[in-house]
Design a protein around this ligand. Structure first.
Ligand code: DON
Length: 567
């Protein structure tokens, strides 16, 4: 096993550890998800989906619901839901206008390119992954405040209160959730400077109630003071004190200066569909548009041997595109990402000239394409409101329970997003993806992401809202959900349930889900030179599909406890 494979394997063990991995459930009968007339939320936790539904019943719009769901997930899904992390909103309003909000974490002002290397220039094990130095400056609270300023319709306080209630009164743990906290204990004890007793205070059992009093107080400050309740005053003091105790570098100035950014969403077409997705600092939108760009002129089928042809084609696209990711993709505020060139149809067809339908191209024969002019923890939720406004949000602490640092006094977990930078050229991050100069660490810069919250229009009308966690597997899982619906005619739930496959240039493997691989297809692909590796669930796609009669179908991923709520 080479170093990249080792890192990739380590990440998947980590996913297992945080309980993300569920065996793939396949079924004979097409599965149909919740169908509603007016509005829907699909998220990783039933309590958070319920909060979003309530907010819309109280007259809130999709952005109001998204803010409330984001805050609720910070309480009931603390391994990924967050106020100590960051993410992206992609918004399509009922009038057809589109927006994206980048509340991704940023490198602290004291961050520098070689901060995770020792004197010999070698990577210091786990330094970018666990502990105080792994944290980027959180963006989530600023993001929610800015989204509210621009599109919110209900009072801010009304949106934060449900999360406060969940933190203060507590919520009842399932068996899987209890096990997850028990597994996380060792890391919390090792990396937090003060015992985070709300998570580690006991051996958790099913039906225990988890109360998070410190987090409730922090949320009250946010409720009463907006973004200042997090970036200034008492919460900022707790964060900086935590940094001082743990030799971290996030300062008052970092917190004060953090600003999320409205960006034009990345848009592209596929046949009669328009995709509205996330551009840099995410690589996800570029990757799915590149893949769909190559796919557009080809015939694919889900049946028999033709399915092996499709999986071969998909793998070969992924190899080439993830090589482009390693070289060209980064925070475009700091590096000139050649977005239009990467999406250019001539570039894509040239890039694919070496494609052989009979044979896998070895990854070491693939490098990034030549551009002539340079011009696994996360969570996703999808929302459509009764007016037809839609929000796709993917948000993260990065790895499960982030840096495992709980800010004492403030009661929330800090992200370990710094590992998404390229900490040394050619050194894989925890998802096994490589990077170079484009994505090197710089103060204030955002680390390259794969998160791909995406909205589709069909013939100019809202059609689908979709996204997933899963690190580097995110863009390929979103791609598969889209292809399952658009090309294979599946409904939303069935598209989500379908077995997934993932490949990414390095390591040179196709990952498939346990019980998700047909032996005949596998042999056909092995004959073309592909190698496989079995793993647990890939991603947790949560989507909403607008049916031809205007009703909504939710697709909640059965790999987790994800659930759709609506009315
Ligand atoms: O932004 C990214 O691409 C990663 N930090 C996402 C991490 C993730 O999806 C882990 N969850 N499974």
């Amino acid at each position: 096993m080479n170093i990249i494979e080792k890192h990739f394997m380590r990440y998947f063990l980590l996913l297992f550890w945080v309980g993300l991995v569920f065996s793939c459930k396949t079924s004979e009968e097409p599965k149909i998800g919740l169908i509603t007339e007016n509005a829907m939320v699909v998220s990783a936790h039933p309590l958070a989906s319920e909060v979003g539904k309530q907010i819309m019943e109280e007259g809130g719009n999709a952005v109001d619901a998204a803010i409330a769901v984001h805050m609720a997930l910070a309480v009931v899904y603390p391994e990924a839901g967050n106020i100590g992390g960051g993410g992206f909103f992609v918004i399509r309003n009922q009038d057809g206008s589109t927006h994206s909000l980048d509340f991704r974490e940023r490198g602290p002002l004291l961050a520098h390119r070689d901060m995770y290397l020792d004197e010999d220039g070698e990577v210091i094990d786990r330094k970018s992954i666990k502990g105080h130095l792994a944290a980027g400056v959180p963006g989530a609270v600023d993001g929610m405040a800015r989204a509210h300023e621009r599109f919110g319709s209900l009072p801010w306080k009304q949106l934060i209160q449900p999360a406060i209630d969940l933190a203060e009164r507590g919520f009842v743990l399932s068996e899987a959730e209890a096990a997850k906290f028990n597994r996380a204990k060792e890391n919390f004890n090792q990396y937090s400077t003060v015992n985070p007793s709300q998570f580690t205070g006991k051996e958790w059992e099913e039906n225990d109630t988890l109360v998070q009093s410190q987090l409730a107080e922090t949320l009250k400050l946010i409720r009463d003071q907006g973004r200042d309740g997090f970036y200034k005053g008492q919460t900022a003091k707790y964060i900086v004190e935590e940094m001082e105790r743990g030799e971290g570098i996030i300062s008052y100035e970092d917190l004060e200066k953090y600003e999320s950014t409205w960006r034009a969403p990345l848009e592209g077409t596929y046949k009669n569909f328009k995709l509205i997705t996330m551009g840099p600092p995410s690589s996800g939108g570029i990757i799915i548009l590149q893949m769909l760009g190559i796919l557009e002129d080809r015939e694919i089928s889900r049946n028999g041997e033709a399915y092996a042809e499709y999986l071969h084609l998909k793998t070969e696209m992924e190899r080439r595109i993830y090589a482009d990711r390693a070289t060209y993709m980064a925070d475009a505020d700091y590096y000139p990402v050649p977005v239009q060139e990467l999406l250019d149809r001539n570039y894509l067809s040239q890039r694919f000239q070496t494609f052989n339908p009979e044979k896998a191209t070895p990854s070491d024969e693939i490098a990034a394409g030549k551009i002539l002019s340079m011009s696994e923890e996360t969570t996703h939720f999808s929302i459509v409101d009764p007016e037809g406004n839609a929000v796709a949000c993917t948000t993260t602490l990065n790895g499960g329970m982030g840096s495992s640092v709980v800010v004492d006094g403030a009661g929330f977990i800090l992200n370990n997003e710094m590992d998404d930078f390229s900490i040394k050229p050619g050194h894989p991050n925890m998802f096994g993806v490589l990077g170079g100069e484009a994505n090197q660490i710089e103060p204030g810069k955002r680390m390259l992401s794969s998160m791909t919250p995406t909205i589709l229009e069909k013939d100019g009308q809202l059609f689908m809202v979709v996204g997933t966690p899963g690190g580097s597997t995110i863009p390929t899982s979103v791609f598969q959900a889209i292809v399952n619906v658009v090309e294979f005619g599946m409904g939303m739930q069935q598209a989500v349930n379908e077995p997934r496959f993932h490949s990414q240039w390095q390591p040179e493997l196709i990952f498939y889900e346990k019980e998700g691989m047909d032996q005949g297809i596998k042999s056909a692909m092995e004959n073309k030179g592909h190698s496989f590796s079995e793993r647990g669930g890939i991603g947790r796609v949560d989507g909403i599909l607008v049916l031809p009669d205007g009703r909504l179908e939710g697709g909640a991923d059965p790999r987790g406890m994800d659930e759709a709520f609506g009315f």
